[in-house]
Design a protein around this ligand. Structure first.
Ligand code: ASP
Length: 582
């Protein structure tokens, strides 16, 4: 038996019992006549004591050879500590060691195994197994487990069945590139790894499974933006015989369950916002509504006044920064530089100070008098003491720019408190999105999403205006889930593929199996998927997902620990019928 207790469990009530413990040497202190060792495992730290008077000479000597991260086993008596440590649960006791076995020696780790480590990101990723010994990473993985378990508990209670779907499939379009796997047995043919189990979960509905979920890996070969992983985990869900309302209710329930069980937070009914309103009021389809600073559109009150920049703009839009009038001229100039950074891309920024006495002072006083500026304040909701920031230009661009500014200012003003949770449904997404480069429309969510009833005719005349039965769940400015009611008849699905530019042959080759299935009694159905990694990070009060993934990839999609991806040898290539072109 390696251990009778773990290193987090012994208390004063255990004093005088004989125990066996195993674990890693966190550190040791040698005072000559006395040696203390902190023994660590997943559960905590227990202090071991060796002393000249009570410990045999052999064991004293043996204890002196212990290095950091050695794996040891000890037997001994639980005794009361002379100086107690109130900071750890085992701080009242220590173990007077009578037997010591070194189970394995260890090299000195390349960074300290402490909460605050001296190891940089790269070295920690290379030795991730050592990083996982540290509390922040270990606790994040345990936290993730807890979230996943609560998900399974809630959904199982609601009669959902977890079904596994295959990884070796063919393309499921979610808007990214596929990772492909060559088939040895079928020369020149490839599997694609699922971007999501979308088509399979729909087939499960045709199969009568009714309520499905799966905590599942998905793979997307995207250019990696910060904090994206090429493989990530979804809580993937689908239900039959449901309308949008049913789905929103069930998954609002799941989210509320998680907030309650994991965070101890009760949240009121989630607000719902139309996509169009989200774009108009926040410039963003995943608004952070923990704070205000809603957009005010100023075209009516700011155009036709001789200020050319505004007159030629499609949209003039501003926000009121609470207390922003305290910014010095220099600070405002810095803010202007910030919006002009290439990542934001604004050409400039107009501002108006709202003085405490009710007067205004703007950067465009030449064109606008006090009465004009009072209207700006009314539209943006600015109060005395605030600063109105105004951007102008092409509607889509300027909304994105002002949204970036809004988030930045909120961050600086401390309005994005990670302990406050503000969930929100964004509904009625457009069905299609115009690809500016190609001039073609593509499915905003995916091609299986159904248009709102009665809107399918609009596809021919005004495709951009067609709304879908599609929804996103937003938490604190992050999209944590999204889904839709699906098309469930062959005719509409064929029409949809046609609008998306698939020839009937292409549609048949790629998705014939789904359209065939629709002919055998497909029930009305819909669903959604949560991004588990991000959900866990946000519930954990953080925005980076990496620490919540045991073995994440770096920003170039590499696993630096196992050194993947890597070349494969000539024989293997041959077997797969592949040639590498240098
Ligand atoms: N398959 C979708 C996605 O990965 C989710 C859904 O529509 O259920 O975003």
């Amino acid at each position: 038996m390696y251990r009778s207790h773990n290193n987090g469990s012994l208390r004063a009530s255990d004093i005088n019992t004989e125990v066996t413990l195993s674990g890693w040497v966190q550190k040791s202190r040698d005072k000559g006549f006395m040696i203390w060792v902190d023994l660590r495992d997943r559960y905590g730290i227990t202090q071991l004591i060796f002393d000249e008077e009570r410990t045999s000479k052999d064991i004293m000597e043996q204890a002196r050879t212990l290095g950091r991260e050695f794996v040891i086993q000890v037997k001994g008596a639980v005794i009361e500590r002379a100086s107690k440590n109130p900071n750890i649960p085992t701080g009242d006791i220590e173990i007077l060691v009578s037997e010591l076995t070194v189970l394995n020696e260890a090299l000195t780790p390349p960074f300290t195994i402490e909460d605050e480590t001296d190891g940089g990101e790269d070295v920690r990723m290379k030795y991730r197994y050592l990083d996982i010994r540290r509390n922040p990473v270990k606790d994040s993985l345990i936290f993730r487990h807890k979230v996943a378990m609560e998900v399974r508990k809630y959904l199982s209670n609601e009669d959902f069945i977890e079904v596994e779907t295959p990884y070796l499939i063919k393309s499921t379009p979610e808007g990214a590139r596929d990772f492909v796997v060559p088939s040895r047995m079928n020369e020149g043919q490839f599997y694609a790894l699922p971007q999501s189990p979308q088509t399979f979960k729909q087939l499960l509905m045709v199969g009568g499974m009714d309520k499905y979920f799966q905590i599942v890996k998905c793979f997307r070969d995207e250019d990696l933006r910060a904090d994206r992983q090429p493989e990530f985990t979804q809580i993937d869900c689908e239900m039959a015989f449901v309308e949008q309302e049913d789905i929103l209710n069930i998954f609002e329930g799941l989210t509320r369950h998680l907030l309650k069980e994991v965070n101890g937070v009760d949240v009121e009914k989630f607000p719902r916002m139309l996509y169009d309103d989200a774009m108009r009021l926040y410039g963003n389809d995943k608004p952070d509504i923990r704070f205000g600073m809603e957009f005010g559109e100023l075209n009516e009150v700011a155009q036709h006044k001789d200020f050319k920049v505004f007159n030629s703009a499609e949209l003039v839009v501003g926000i009121a920064v609470p207390g922003g009038n305290s910014h010095t001229r220099k600070e405002i100039d810095k803010l202007i530089d910030w919006v002009k950074r290439p990542q934001v891309g604004a050409l400039g920024m107009v501002y108006a100070r709202c003085n405490d006495d009710g007067s205004y002072k703007s950067s465009v006083d030449k064109f606008y008098d006090q009465e004009d500026l009072a209207k700006w304040a009314e539209v943006t909701g600015a109060k005395p003491g605030d600063l109105i920031c105004v951007l102008s230009g092409d509607t889509n661009k300027v909304r994105a720019q002002l949204s970036a500014l809004r988030m930045e200012l909120a961050e600086r003003l401390g309005l994005r408190d990670p302990k406050v949770f503000a969930p929100l449904w964004v509904i009625d997404f457009p069905l299609l999105e115009l690809d500016e480069e190609t001039g073609h429309y593509h499915a905003m969510h995916h091609p299986f999403t159904s248009p709102k009833p009665g809107q399918i005719e609009l596809l021919a005349t005004d495709p951009g205006a067609v709304k879908a039965n599609a929804y996103d769940l937003v938490l604190n400015g992050n999209e944590i889930g999204g889904g839709s009611i699906r098309i469930h008849d062959k005719k509409t699905q064929a029409l949809m593929f046609d609008y998306l530019g698939f020839t009937p042959e292409e549609a048949k080759a790629q998705f014939g199996f789904l359209m065939d299935a629709f002919q055998y009694g497909a029930p009305p159905h819909g669903g959604l998927a949560f991004g588990l990694d991000r959900l866990v990070a946000i519930l954990g009060g953080q925005e980076t997902i990496r620490d919540f993934i045991a073995f994440p990839k770096n920003n170039s999609g590499r696993d630096v620990m196992i050194d993947a991806p890597a070349a494969i040898d000539e024989d293997q290539l041959k077997e797969l019928h592949l040639k590498v072109h240098a």
